[in-house]
Design a binder for this molecule. Structure first.
Ligand SMILES: [Zn+2]
Length: 72
């Protein structure tokens, strides 16, 4: 997993990143991977940050195919 430190512009690979929970003001509780920069010790985000992942279990989308009464 690759991380990029914006403090010292250092890119590094982390074997054991830690999972950090944080609050997104839109999505609420989320988590991301962080790791300490080996150069400056700064907490560093994953290089490519995917979309915030919600902590709560997401339910599958309604897979109604029209064979029911729910969609007329
Ligand atoms: Zn750094």
């Amino acid at each position: 997993m690759k991380f990029f430190c914006t403090e010292c512009n250092h890119e590094f690979e982390a074997d054991k990143p830690s999972k950090k929970e944080y609050k997104d003001y839109i999505l609420g509780p989320c988590w991301k991977y962080v790791s300490d920069c080996p150069k400056c010790g700064q907490e560093t985000n994953e290089k490519i940050i995917p979309k915030p992942q919600k902590l709560t279990i997401s339910y599958p989308q309604n897979s109604c195919n029209g064979d029911c009464n729910c969609c007329g």
